[in-house]
Design a protein around this ligand. Structure first.
Ligand SMILES: CC(C)(COP(=O)(O)OP(=O)(O)OC[C@H]1O[C@@H](n2cnc3c(N)ncnc32)[C@H](O)[C@@H]1OP(=O)(O)O)[C@@H](O)C(=O)NCCC(=O)NCCS
Length: 380
């Protein structure tokens, strides 16, 4: 197998009308709309409608879609019990993976893969995962859970449930924009996992659990936690250059850089950098300036290796500033990405064929079966 084919680079796995990437020009579009415009002018609820139904909603459609999302925010009592229990010993992404599964237990549509049932499950998952995540976090800190507030939109409600106090409009808008940027990303590893699982004609929750598991890895969604932990370990801007040099000299990877598809800076990173710049203008000047450190890292990594940022470089410190602790960053990504995963599962079920690639076999040539007494010296 040619090195260029490793990791299925350039292989078309499915036909899809959801998201497209121009990796050479650095453009990401959901259903034809540039994600930069969506992050600036739209809301997460509108983007969910776009991903799930193919079009941005008009005002009546938006009102009824928001009603559906609002009605789905609470989680069943038996899931609350699982969340509370997991907060005692599971890490956040382990909990998210398990909750994706637990949320199917009493889902009224669990036995159906029909488009309408899938749409209802998608709405429930988009609304329930933030509730699950915020509850887990508050229990983890020994705090009383804060339930959803029907007066608040997705992002403001998320921050309310997490922090237990009403967020400023600016903070809610920042989280809304990040959620839009996280919502989908074509055939990335977790979406591919979701589609492979869905293509066996299993249910949406099963596909989402697999996607959460794939997102957890540090080369994928786990990179945002890796970025923030790295910034904290380095500690100050004046130590960045030396750390970058030493890391690259040892042949190690630096989180938040590089991409399988983009040949130029990830467009989401450009938007997130501007968001980060504004956010850290309002930050306490006595706190470490994570934005300045990140910018310095971007410069040094480019000078040394010509690598440019991906989505996780600037999102990490902005989310940390918003009150998401390091180990919750990938879980937040998952809660946002479920919109895209669900859209892909719906699309897969609508025109399905089981996904079954092949391998280039490199094992032993055909050979005779040896009885046990003649196997001495054989290694696996
Ligand atoms: C995203 C990623 C997995 C893409 O992987 P890929 O397309 O298979 O690219 P490769 O890992 O083969 O990298 C190609 C070259 O760039 C280097 N490279 C890629 N990303 C790098 C990084 N973040 N730090 C240092 N070097 C990197 C590789 O070492 C390799 O160099 P070489 O040719 O000298 O051996 C990879 O860039 C990475 O691991 N990034 C860090 C994790 C991350 O931020 N993930 C979030 C992605 S949105």
């Amino acid at each position: 197998m040619a090195e260029s084919e490793k990791g299925l680079r350039g292989v078309v796995a499915v036909e899809s009308g959801i998201t497209s990437i121009d990796g050479v020009r650095g453009i990401l579009r959901y259903r034809g709309y540039d994600v930069v415009d969506l992050a600036k002018y739209s809301t997460f609820e509108e983007v969910c409608h776009l991903l799930l139904h193919g079009e941005l909603p008009d005002s009546d459609q938006l009102a009824s879609f928001k009603e559906e999302l609002l009605a789905a925010r609470s989680i069943p009592t038996e899931v609350e019990a699982v969340v509370d229990d997991s907060a005692r010993y599971a890490r956040p992404m382990e909990a998210m993976r398990s909750m994706g599964s637990a949320l199917s237990f009493s889902d009224p549509d669990k036995a159906s893969n029909e488009p309408e049932a899938n749409q209802r499950k998608a709405v429930r998952l988009i609304s329930q995962l933030p509730t699950v995540m915020a509850r887990y976090r508050r229990r983890y800190y020994g705090l009383e859970p804060v339930g959803p507030d029907p007066e608040l939109d997705y992002a403001a409600n998320f921050l309310w449930m997490l922090r237990g106090e009403l967020p400023s409009e600016e903070d809610a808008r920042v989280l809304d924009a990040i959620s839009i940027l996280h919502a989908d990303h074509e055939m990335n590893a977790s979406t591919f996992a979701a589609r492979v699982i869905a293509a066996t004609c299993t249910d949406m929750h099963s596909a989402i659990v697999g996607a959460i598991a794939a997102l957890k890895g540090p080369l994928h969604g786990g990179a945002n936690e890796w970025v923030m932990a790295t910034l904290k370990r380095i500690g100050s801007e004046d130590k960045i250059d030396a750390w970058v040099d030493e890391t690259l000299d040892r042949g190690k990877k630096i989180p938040g850089f590089g991409h399988a598809i983009y040949k130029v800076t990830d467009p989401r990173a450009i938007v997130l950098k501007e968001i980060g710049r504004k956010v850290f203008e309002r930050a306490d000047p006595n706190d470490p300036n994570w934005f300045a450190m990140t910018e310095r890292m971007e410069r040094r990594v480019f000078e040394r290796k010509g690598l440019v940022p991906n989505v996780d470089l600037y999102s990490a410190s902005v989310l940390y500033y918003l009150g998401f602790p390091i180990d919750l960053l990938t879980a937040l990504f998952a809660a946002n990405r479920v919109a895209g995963w669900a859209a892909h599962v719906i699309e897969q079920h609508l025109d399905n064929r089981i996904i079954r690639p092949t391998i280039n076999y490199t094992g032993p040539a055909p050979r005779e079966f040896p009885v046990a007494s003649r196997r001495a010296g054989q290694t696996a």
